[in-house]
Design a protein around this ligand. Structure first.
Ligand SMILES: [Zn+2]
Length: 164
């Protein structure tokens, strides 16, 4: 398989696999981008869902069909080999992106946060959460905060650690 000359072939930081043409660590944030990356290589990919604490949520991508299919979970690295095959390396880069259930186990409603309703890092809103987290559209964990109407992605909420 010839690599597309217009897409730089990148590797995760510590990749020393000489059969690897390109590899990418899958996270909730790049799910659609990675899905498109696979689609463009004519590789069948489909969101992979699992029950997590009673919620059916997307936990990764199913790649390929039939007995050759593989599952890449968030935090796993998807490796494209020079022969066009794909494999999955187990989690080497924790995504640090919490699921709704993980967030709720750590942070009760009323947790002080710095929220970024738009672009992360811009127009910070110092506030508190006013709902438990839930999974929007099956893939993006969000929560409500005081002073903003819509759900905000957990990746746009920085918990303000309060000295106890
Ligand atoms: Zn690589």
């Amino acid at each position: 398989m010839t690599a597309n000359p217009f897409i730089p072939e990148l590797h995760t930081d510590d990749c020393d696999d000489t059969s690897c043409a390109r590899c990418r660590t899958l996270t909730p944030s790049n799910l659609y981008e990675v899905d498109t990356w696979l689609d463009n290589a004519n590789v069948f990919a489909k969101q992979y869902r699992e029950q997590v604490d009673g919620e059916l949520v997307i936990t990764g991508l199913r790649i390929g069909q039939g007995e050759n299919r593989i599952i890449a979970k968030f935090g796993n690295t998807i490796v494209r080999h020079y022969d066009g095959r794909h494999t999955v390396r187990p989690t080497e880069h924790p995504t640090d992106e919490l699921t709704a259930a993980e967030w709720n186990a750590r942070y009760p409603v009323g947790t002080p946060v710095t929220a970024y309703p738009g672009v992360r890092g811009e127009n910070p809103l110092t506030t508190v959460t006013r709902s438990k987290a839930w999974t929007l559209s099956g893939h993006t964990p969000v929560a409500l905060v005081d002073g903003h109407s819509g759900g905000i992605a957990l990746t746009h909420l920085d918990v303000i650690e309060v000295a106890s």
